[in-house]
Design a protein around this ligand. Structure first.
Ligand code: FES
Length: 591
């Protein structure tokens, strides 16, 4: 007998089904399980949505299908799971024709994008890694724009937790890197970002938004008020002020200027995380659209007003009072900036960076002052600071404790955030520039305090004419060896040499960056590894394939090598989800 149409396949006779209780239909489609239960016929994907165990081996009782691998239970009629971690089973239509059972062999939804969007919402709400992975994959296959997926996750993260989170930073960092990633890594990057946001929100109280003021104060007043409320740790007032500024249509540059002024009331607050979060919130809005500013930007205020400044730390006060040194310098800035205004073409970024790594805080400050006098804009100073901080990581000595990597990392990611936010603000009036330079001064002092991390300094491969000829020359081989180095512990120096080798031979940096990203995305990477990767790539892009650019990627590789390998459990989840989505029979396949 012919099928009702080509999408249907014959499962067998109804009589046979009643006798056997279940049949499995194979073909050029996923295996389909057909079950007769209490006189009704149902057809489902035979692969358990959890990890692919054949459901034909499960049991049915009272309309409930139980998988016998991890005992997830499902409503036979709808395929919906009673155990959320397992996900729902796709079902397909059944028709009885002349005593035969026909099943439709396609499982697709009428609106695939909407279906996977809903599934991503479910996965985020219940922190279900497998569901999140499938939903991200499903949306990508349905041609949903990457930015739309980032937007959905970012807004979920902003609404379901009372404040910006590390997960939102990871999401933004990875979303920034998407253009540098090969297609197969995009799925993994979005999955990691989404799952980390979901984990941060799990068990948290949702955010209760506040309203802007009903007046329209001028931007200068709003900036003053934001600083005032931050100083006295008045969160509600600071949030309402920020919302008012957003509602008044202040440009991203003016909003950044106002937040930077408030933020730098405390030096290197929360070891730089507070400013980094602010910068990431701006970058997130660049990705998802500034129409979401009122939903997203106020999430940074809670940490900003509560953050602990370095001025409360002994190391910043003794034996040299670095806070007083900064304050004294800030008092001199209007005059210095006025002198530098008429000078153009400053480009001594690398030389200033080396001065910033000096042993004497007074000379460091003098170097900054000289650069300002010579026409260096705040963003120029930020670029030098970021390169100097990258050099600190690149020269991180093996005699340090492992936890000291994070000290080096904090200075680098803060410096990168300062640089990015100063680029955003651009050339402001002198008062704005004073605030901007204050952020650089704080970063320079934080970097000065980490000088012990380079005692003795690790050698940077390629320096002094070193050729590294014992390493491969083929770019693919270099990158494969780099990944192999990440597979083993304590391969920091080898990873640095391989990166140096790749770049010194003139091989394309994009492929190397994709390899570094792969090295992170396959791990259960910590928050800092994502930050280090993304900040490093951003700074590399500023310098390009130069000696300085090479130093920056060496810093990234050294940090990543020091934190690899991990369990790679998340990669396994992503892999299972992808294979299930592609119709694979996991139970029949190897890893
Ligand atoms: S519950 Fe079915 S495979 Fe895990």
């Amino acid at each position: 007998m012919d099928a009702p149409n080509k999408e249907f396949a014959l499962a067998g006779s109804l009589e046979e089904l009643k006798t056997k209780g279940r049949l499995v239909v194979h073909g050029n489609h996923r295996p389909i399980l057909v079950i007769c239960d209490r006189g009704q016929v149902f057809a489902l994907d035979n692969r358990c949505p959890h990890m692919g165990f054949p459901l034909e081996r499960g049991s049915v009782d009272d309309g409930i299908l139980t998988c016998h691998w991890h005992h997830a239970r499902f409503d036979l009629e709808s395929g919906c799971t009673f155990d959320l971690w397992a996900d729902d089973i796709p079902i397909c239509p059944v028709e009885i024709r002349n005593g035969d059972v026909w099943v439709k062999t396609t499982f697709g939804q009428a609106d695939s994008a909407a279906h996977w969007r809903k599934r991503l919402a479910d996965g985020l709400a219940h922190d279900l890694g497998l569901v999140i992975a499938k939903a991200v994959h499903g949306q990508l296959v349905a041609d949903v724009a990457q930015a739309d997926i980032v937007r959905q996750v970012a807004l979920f993260g902003a609404q379901n937790r009372d404040g910006w989170s590390a997960g939102l930073t990871i999401l933004t960092a990875l979303a920034n890197l998407l253009p540098a990633l090969p297609e197969e890594e995009v799925y993994l990057a979005l999955f990691h970002g989404a799952r980390r946001v979901a984990t941060d929100c799990d068990g948290q109280a949702p955010r209760h938004g506040r309203a802007p003021l009903e007046s329209r104060p001028d931007p200068a007043a709003l900036k003053r008020w934001l600083t005032r409320w931050t100083k006295v740790r008045h969160r509600e007032a600071a949030e309402r002020t920020l919302l008012t500024a957003i509602g008044a249509g202040l440009s991203p540059a003016l909003l950044a200027d106002a937040l930077l002024a408030a933020e730098t009331e405390r030096a290197f607050a929360d070891t730089g995380h507070s400013l980094d979060f602010i910068n990431k919130a701006f970058e997130c809005l660049d990705l998802i659209g500034w129409e979401h500013a009122a939903a997203l930007l106020p999430t940074v205020v809670g940490q900003m007003v509560a953050a602990r400044g370095a001025e409360e730390s002994t190391a910043w006060r003794q034996p040299v009072d670095l806070v007083a040194l900064c304050d004294q310098t800030i008092g001199q800035l209007p005059e210095l900036i006025a002198v530098g205004r008429g000078v153009h073409g400053w480009s001594d970024h690398a030389a200033l960076a080396r001065d910033l790594l000096g042993e004497d805080p007074f000379r460091i400050v003098e170097a900054l002052k000289a650069a300002i006098r010579a026409g260096a804009a705040p963003a120029h100073l930020g670029r030098s600071l970021a390169y100097a901080a990258a050099l600190r990581v690149a020269r991180f000595g093996s005699a340090n404790e492992h936890s000291d990597w994070e000290t080096a990392h904090h200075a680098f990611t803060y410096a990168n955030a300062v640089h990015q936010i100063l680029e955003r603000i651009g050339t402001a009036e002198i008062e704005g520039q004073v605030t901007a330079v204050r952020a650089v001064l704080h970063g320079a002092m934080a970097l000065y305090l980490t000088r012990y991390l380079n005692v003795p300094p690790a050698r940077i491969p390629g320096e002094g004419g070193e050729q590294l000829d014992d390493l491969p020359t083929d770019p693919r081989m270099i990158r494969a060896t780099l990944l192999d180095a990440f597979d083993r512990q304590r391969q920091v120096d080898l990873a640095a040499k391989l990166v140096a080798r790749h770049l010194m031979l003139g091989h394309p940096p994009q492929a190397l960056i994709a390899t570094l990203a792969h090295g992170v995305l396959r791990e259960d990477a910590g928050f800092h590894a994502y930050q280090m990767l993304e900040a490093g790539v951003r700074q590399f892009n500023v310098w390009g394939a130069t000696e300085e650019g090479r130093h920056i990627l060496i810093a990234v590789a050294r940090y990543l090598a020091a934190h690899s390998p991990t369990e790679r459990a998340a990669l396994q989840t992503a892999d299972i989800a992808m294979r299930l989505m592609r119709g694979g029979e996991l139970h029949q396949q190897g890893g």
